[in-house]
Structure formats: structure tokens, C-alpha cells
Design a protein around this ligand. Structure first.
Ligand code: SB7
Ligand code: NI
Length: 185
């Protein structure tokens, strides 16, 4: 079971490396990692399990965050009414094949399970993306995402390229953005 102990923190080299692409079929170990990352997200969003194991709630987890330098990330975005799920899958070798010109940032900024401090500021990303990825079975998916799920996937894909959310924050004016950029509440 993945817990906070398995999640490496800012300063460790793996977080700043380009992760390796996976080849199919995945090994049993690689598939297990994908399942374990998704289970972590499910556990982290369950108030009782999260309290019991001291898990910080997460909507995504990328393999480099558990010190595995591979292009794999799990995403679990719950909807506004708790029961509905906006997006759930484990992304293997994900690539953003096109995106909107429109930028967007979360009003509250972003956080990261690998960054213990709060770093305030807008993280301006693409509002809409077309994503190509493979699931753990090797099935190819091409999907369009917008708003929050699109932001989360971009945060996770950044991890696969050694980028952390605060790299995008303007350190002189952390809450500056273009008039055109969308703020997602
Ligand atoms: C806010 C939080 C996340 C993504 C986008 C906005 C995910 C936080 C958990 N992670 O550190 C996953 O990499
Ligand atoms: Ni993160």
C-alpha cells in the first residue's frame, strides 16, 4: 500500500528527471504500480481511510513521486456531488496532442503531495487539452478534457517531465495573469 512515506519530496532528483516511456505489454510490476497509485488516490479521498493512514487528499499521483522514473500517472477527479467522478484513469505515456489558446488557472492555486510548503500563486495552464494516452492494458485513448480535469492532467504530465507546479508561478507577481485567462473556482 502506498502511503505518504512512499512519496518523495521536493529536492529528490527523480522529481526533476525526464521519466522513461513504457513499452507494452507492461510487466506485472508496472501494472501493479498503476493499481497501487490509483488505490492511493481512492484511499486519500476517503475521509476515514485518509485519517487512519495520515494521507493528504490527492486527485493525481505520478510515478516519479513514488521514486519510479516512468511515464505513468493516475488521476481521480471527483465531481461536485461526491458520488460522480469527472475523470478516472491511469495514464501511460500521455501526450497533449493539442490545446486551447485559452489559459486557465485554479483560483486557489495548486499544491503537490511532493511539495510540503504552500506556494501561493496562479498556475496558468491550457483550459482545454486533447490527450492521447494508453491505459494499463495498452488500449489507446484520445480524449478532450477541460477545466479542472484538464488542469490536473497537465500537473501530472509535468511530473513526467521533471516540472513542478511552482515552476509556472511568477515569483515577483504570483497572482498576475492575462485578462483573457480563465479563473476556475
Ligand atoms: C491541484 C492539485 C493537483 C493537481 C492540480 C491542481 C494534484 C495534487 C497531487 N499531486 O501532487 C499529484 O501530482
Ligand atoms: Ni504533484
Amino acid at each position: 500500500m502506498i502511503t505518504m512515506k512512499n512519496i518523495i519530496r521536493d529536492g529528490k532528483t527523480t522529481l526533476r528527471q525526464e521519466a522513461k516511456k513504457l513499452t507494452f505489454p507492461l510487466s506485472q510490476e508496472e501494472r501493479q504500480l498503476g493499481h497501487d497509485m490509483m488505490t492511493f488516490l481512492e484511499n486519500s479521498q476517503d475521509p476515514e481511510i485518509a485519517a487512519k493512514y495520515h494521507l493528504r487528499a490527492g486527485v493525481g499521483l505520478a510515478a516519479p513521486q513514488v521514486n519510479v522514473s516512468l511515464q505513468m500517472a493516475s488521476v481521480l477527479v471527483p465531481g461536485p456531488e461526491d458520488k460522480k467522478i469527472l475523470f478516472k484513469d491511469t495514464l501511460v505515456n500521455p501526450v497533449i496532442i493539442s490545446h486551447s489558446v485559452q489559459g486557465a488557472a485554479l483560483a486557489e492555486g495548486e499544491g503537490c503531495l511532493s511539495v510540503d510548503e504552500n506556494v501561493p500563486g496562479y498556475v496558468v495552464r491550457h483550459d482545454r487539452i486533447t490527450l492521447r494516452y494508453y491505459d494499463l492494458d495498452g488500449k489507446q485513448h484520445k480524449i478532450r478534457l477541460k477545466n479542472y480535469p484538464a488542469i490536473v492532467c497537465q500537473h501530472e504530465i509535468d511530473h513526467l517531465h521533471g516540472i513542478l507546479f511552482y515552476d509556472h508561478i511568477n515569483d515577483k507577481q504570483p497572482f498576475s495573469m492575462k485578462d483573457e485567462d480563465l479563473i476556475i473556482e
